[in-house]
Design a protein around this ligand. Sequence first.
Ligand code: 5GP
Length: 255
Amino acid sequence: MATMKLAAIAVALLLPLVAGVASADEFDFFYLVQQWPGSFCDTQKGCCFPDTGKPAPEFGIHGLWPNYAKCRPAEPELVDDVEMVVDGVPAIGRHHRRQKCWPEYCNDGNQLNPWEIKDLVAELDSHWPTLSCKSGRSMEFWSYEWKKHGTCSGMDQHGYFAAALELKKRHSLAAILADAGIVPSDEESYFLSSIRDAIADATGAVPNLECNRDAFGETQLFQVYQCVDRAGKKLVDCQLPMQGMCRDRAKLPVF
Ligand code: 5GP
């Protein structure tokens, strides 16, 4: 009897790990990630406009991501659906220890319900448009971001999307850069330090920057990461270094 009780307790404790459910309140800050559409679209892969039409030449939201201040060892994960061969013998169900720098997929049962955010859809369409060619429906992008990141935010569905919009609308990154003379151009390139300083001066918080390469291999500004407090309200300085494929200069291609 006691053994059965112990077994039941062990199952109850292990179930959330096996199901991939992590505690939603375990993170230190958010990244509000915004992408420059020109840099998403001019890569070798290209892009597609959403069903709502070509987005404005403005940074668009990619996501609001809970993040840890310090990476931590991940729970040992049971890789039982991948067959590996070790010394000629199939090895199934081996334990792997990995680093985890942010929580993700905290509740796969919590799917985005479009009704919950119906009053935000018009604003989301303009500030959080998809550019992926997988689907022109931005709702699919929002659903993915909710499942992967939003379920770890400690917010409900409406609160999560409203918080991201609120933060995004507080500052126009394109206008901040234009005021500093950093305008979209297919010829010009800009110092990353000027881009970072312009955003830090205008928003009061130092961002991180990520670059990618255009179809000709030229470095361009791809995404701006703004750090936000755990409440999802206040911008704070980004403390974690990020290489993000940037060199000292980057382009900001016309969109
Ligand atoms: P994440 O970077 O959040 O892990 O993944 C983003 C996912 O959303 C990818 O599967 C990507 O195909 C999809 N997606 C849909 N629209 C967009 C978009 O406009 N930008 C980016 N970066 N990903 C998008």
